[in-house]
Design a protein around this ligand. Structure first.
Ligand code: PA5
Length: 449
C-alpha cells in the first residue's frame, strides 16, 4: 500500500445504501462548485490548488532560509495560535523522534498558543541559556495570545543579544500588507513570508504558516507537498465517487450524523499523531459547528484512552462513531521478551513485535466498538512520513469542505470565535469595549448574589 486507503467496515448494520445515496448525489455539484469558485478570493479556496501551484523553487527558498536562519541556533521559538499553530505542531510532532537522541538537534518550541503565565515564565527561563530565534505567525497580526507572547520574547531576545541581532533572528509570517505584525516587521526589517489572502487559518498548513516551522525542524517540504498533490488528484470532480476517498468520508460521516451519531472520535494507536488529531479537531470543529448543527469532533489516543474512555465508548450514550488513523509500519522493531518465571502470564506474547500487539488491539477494539453500536471507519497509511502526512492533510481539508456543504454550512467562516474575544476585551478594559465591560461587570455582580 503506497497511498491512503479508506476502509469503511462494519457500517452495514448502521446504514443502508439509500442512507448514503442522497448525500452521494450532492458530491458532483459540490466538487464543481469548489473548482469553479477556486479563483474567487472571497471564497477562501486558495488551499484547493495549493499543492499544484507551489513550486519547487519556492519550497527550496523556504528550506534555504530555514538552514541559514537556524545555523547557529539550538532553538527556534514558534509563536502562533489556532490555525497559525496547530498544523506546524502536528507535522513536527508526527515526524520527530519521541526522545531526542542527538544533543545537537535543534529544538522547536511553541509560545502564544495559550496565555498561561507559568508556561511563558518558565519558557523564558529556559531560553535564558539557549541560542534562539523566533518565527512569529499571525495572519491578522492582532491576535491577543501570540501578541502577548511576541512582546515578551522579542523584549527578551533584544535584551539578550541586542536589538540589531534580534531583528536578524526574527521571521514574521503574516498578511502581505495589513495588520500590526506587518507594520512592525516592515519597521524593524524582519524577514517575512506572506499568508495568502484567500486561505483561512485552519486550511493554511501548506502555506508558510506551516512550511516555515516545518522547514526549521529539518523536514522535507517537497515530499509533504507531493503527498498533498497526489491526494488533490484523487479528489477532483473528474474522479468517480467510489475512487474519491475524501468524498466517501464526507458522505459517510453525514449519513451517520443523520442517524443520531453526533460525535465523531478520531482515534489513533500512534501517540506521535496526537497533535495531528488536534489539528483535525480544529479543522472540523471550526468548519462545521455553526447554525446549531455539526458533528462534534473529539479525539482519542489508544490504547491509553481505552483505559479511561473505553467504558464510555463501549457502553455510554450511543451517539458516537469512530474514525481510526491506522499506520501499517512502525519505524523500529521491538519484541516482547520471554521470561522464565512468566508470573505475568505474558509469555504467550514472547517474540511478537509490539507493533503486532498494537495492531491486534486496534482490530479487537474496532470489532468490540462496532458490536457496541459504535460504527467505525479506518484511514490507513503505510507509514508516518512527509508524503503520507501531506496526503492526510489534503484529504481532511477536501473532505471537510465537502462535508460542510453537505451539512449546509459555510465551512470557511468562523463567526462564533469572536464571542469570547469580545468578552475578554470588555473585561480587560480594551478601549472601544466600554459597553461590553459594563454589561459583563453587571452580569458578574448578579451571578455573585
Ligand atoms: O482558523 C482560524 O482562523 C483561527 O484559528 C486563527 O488561525 C487563529 O485565531 C489565529 O489567527 P491569526 O493568525 O490571525 O493570529
Amino acid at each position: 500500500m503506497n497511498q491512503l486507503e479508506i476502509k469503511v467496515r462494519d457500517t452495514q448494520s448502521f446504514l443502508e445504501a439509500r442512507d448514503l445515496e442522497a448525500y452521494r448525489q450532492q458530491v458532483p455539484h459540490i466538487l464543481s462548485k469548489l473548482e469553479d469558485k477556486r479563483n474567487d478570493p472571497s471564497e477562501f479556496l486558495g488551499w484547493l490548488n495549493l499543492p499544484e501551484k507551489t513550486t519547487e523553487k519556492y519550497l527550496e527558498d523556504i528550506q534555504q532560509t530555514a538552514r541559514s536562519f537556524s545555523k547557529n541556533l539550538d532553538t527556534v521559538l514558534v509563536i502562533g495560535i489556532g490555525g497559525s499553530y496547530l498544523g506546524a505542531k502536528a507535522v513536527i510532532e508526527a515526524l520527530s523522534p519521541y526522545f531526542s537522541t542527538s544533543p545537537s538537534s535543534r529544538e522547536i518550541l511553541f509560545a502564544g498558543q495559550n496565555i498561561d503565565e507559568d508556561y511563558h515564565y518558565e519558557l523564558r527561563e529556559l531560553l535564558e541559556n539557549r541560542e534562539y530565534g523566533i518565527v512569529v505567525i499571525s495572519k491578522s497580526g492582532t491576535t491577543t495570545e501570540p501578541g502577548i507572547a511576541f512582546r515578551i520574547f522579542k523584549q527578551h531576545l533584544e535584551q539578550k543579544v541586542g536589538a540589531g541581532e534580534a531583528a536578524q533572528r526574527i521571521i514574521a509570517v503574516t498578511d502581505k500588507e495589513k495588520g500590526a505584525l506587518r507594520k512592525l516587521a516592515d519597521e524593524q526589517g524582519y524577514q517575512t513570508y506572506v499568508i495568502p489572502d484567500d486561505i483561512g487559518g485552519r486550511y493554511s498548513v501548506l502555506t508558510p504558516v506551516g512550511l516555515v516551522p516545518i522547514a526549521m525542524a529539518g523536514f522535507n517540504l517537497k515530499q509533504l507537498l507531493e503527498g498533498a498533490e497526489a491526494m488533490r488528484k484523487r479528489t477532483t470532480s473528474s474522479v468517480a465517487f467510489k475512487d474519491n476517498p475524501a468524498a466517501r468520508y464526507a458522505v459517510m460521516r453525514n449519513a451517520l450524523y443523520s442517524k443520531g451519531k453526533a460525535i465523531e472520535i478520531l482515534g489513533t494507536y500512534q501517540p506521535r499523531l496526537y497533535y495531528f488529531m488536534e489539528w483535525w479537531k480544529q479543522l472540523y470543529g471550526e468548519s462545521e459547528g455553526k447554525d446549531h448543527k455539526g458533528i462534534f469532533p473529539s479525539i482519542a489516543q489508544f490504547t491509553t484512552d481505552l483505559h479511561s474512555m473505553g467504558q464510555y465508548i463501549q457502553e455510554g450514550r450511543r451517539i458516537l462513531f469512530e474514525t481510526i488513523l491506522s499506520v501499517e509500519e512502525s519505524n523500529h522493531q521491538l519484541s516482547v521478551p520471554k521470561v522464565s518465571d512468566n508470573t505475568d502470564n505474558l509469555n504467550y506474547l514472547a517474540g511478537k513485535r509490539m507493533h503486532q500487539v498494537n495492531a491486534m488491539a486496534e482490530k479487537g477494539t474496532r470489532l468490540a466498538h462496532s458490536d457496541g453500536d459504535v460504527p467505525n471507519m479506518t484511514l490507513c497509511i503505510p507509514r508516518i512520513d512527509e508524503y503520507n502526512l501531506g496526503q492526510l492533510i489534503y484529504f481532511f481539508e477536501k473532505a471537510c469542505a465537502i462535508s460542510g456543504y453537505i451539512l449546509g454550512v459555510n465551512p470557511f467562516s468562523q463567526p462564533g470565535v469572536e464571542a469570547y474575544k469580545t468578552n475578554m476585551f470588555g473585561l480587560l478594559g480594551k478601549p472601544g469595549y466600554e459597553k461590553e465591560s459594563q454589561r459583563l461587570t453587571e452580569k458578574l455582580r448578579k451571578s455573585k448574589k
